[in-house]
Design a protein around this ligand. Structure first.
Ligand code: F6P
Ligand code: MN
Length: 326
């Protein structure tokens, strides 16, 4: 049996990165407990305020955010923390070598209905050690992430993590309260017949995405010559987890539903960490034309279209978009 602590120690993971991962995953145990208590912990329902994205905050969003922020601010390696829920990054320990970004509770509309939610995190190097960190320090392309992962609070609590060139998975043992290694080499098949998209936005998509979904729905009667199946968890963390387990395609594409939004998902808290996991497991991640991990952010809360998962399907969508522009 390999615990997370043992894995981090024996895989030559940088000591500071290990320590920050330990801080996040320890808070994850508390969040997992609170979710298990559900209505009994008085954490359901609206907290009465809106987050920076203009969305209603659930009580547990606020709690998860505060718990992570508080724990990371105390971590001596952490020079700054950015959360999807807060306008500005919070400076932490100027001598730290790392910046941490997180989505404290992804898929929060699932909390009240007892469905899967998760915590997504990303760790970047800090370039100005000794000086107080600012928002601009976080604006680094996703390819520079030192580690990334998520905690999925589902029927069990699972941690997916990449700290080297591979992806590993742990399950939180409710008896010992340890994260135990369950997969030491997560890989995604290049082909898939399963896809995830919120089709209610069909009329707002670009023509190539409409064409792609039309082709999948036509199935064996159309140009693809085989049938496809839809799954939509409504929490990115759940859809990405399914893809790491059995392949698939996930997209929240560009749409024209809201002016000034290039997509729904956030580059730094969602797209980047998930893209690193997916690429390292052998999949691909693009905004439909560019590799997500190459995008240089201009704003810590920037949104981006996301297409990720089994490589051949991601490439197929990319080709449709590139050819459409020719
Ligand atoms: O964080 C945004 C998010 O909740 C994702 O986790 C999820 O994939 C998506 O939004 C769900 O969007 P919609 O409510 O449009 O289906
Ligand atoms: Mn989210």
């Amino acid at each position: 049996m390999t615990t997370l602590a043992h894995y981090l120690k024996t895989h030559a993971v940088d000591a500071a990165v290990s320590d920050v991962i330990t801080t996040i995953t320890e808070v994850g145990k508390t969040i997992s407990q609170l979710l298990k208590k559900g209505a009994l912990a008085d954490i359901l329902g609206e907290a009465g305020n809106q987050n920076v994205q203009g969305e209603e905050q659930k009580k547990l969003d606020v709690l998860a955010n505060d718990l992570l922020l508080e724990a990371l601010a105390k971590n001596t390696h952490c020079a700054g923390v950015a959360s999807e829920e807060l306008d500005d990054a919070t400076p932490a320990n100027a001598d730290g070598r790392l910046l941490v970004l997180f989505d404290p509770l992804d898929g929060s509309s699932n909390i009240d209905i007892n469905m899967a939610v998760g915590t997504i995190f990303s760790i970047l190097p800090y370039q100005r050690q000794g000086q107080t960190s600012e928002n601009s320090d976080f604006l680094q392309a996703g390819q520079h992430q030192l580690a990334a992962g998520y905690l999925l609070y589902g029927t069990s609590t699972v941690l997916a993590l990449t700290v080297a060139d591979d992806v590993v998975m742990f399950s939180l043992d409710p008896d010992t309260n340890d994260y135990v290694l369950i997969n030491d080499n997560v890989t995604i098949d290049a082909d898939t017949s399963e896809y995830a998209i919120n089709s209610s936005n069909y009329r707002y998509w670009l023509a190539p995405m409409q064409q792609y979904i039309d082709e999948l729905i036509a199935g064996s009667d159309g140009v693809r010559g085989r049938d496809f199946n839809t799954r939509w968890v409504a929490a990115m963390v759940g859809d990405v987890h399914r893809i790491l387990c059995r392949g698939g395609l996930f997209t929240y594409p560009f749409d024209t539903k809201y002016a000034n939004k290039a997509g729904k998902l956030r580059l730094m808290y969602e797209a980047n960490p998930m893209s690193l996991l997916i690429e390292r497991a052998g999949g691909a991640a693009t905004d439909a034309t560019n590799r997500i991990l190459d995008i240089i952010p201009t704003d810590i809360h920037q949104r981006v279209p996301v297409v990720l998962g089994s490589k051949n399907e991601v490439d197929y969508i990319k080709d449709l978009h590139v050819n459409h522009c020719k």
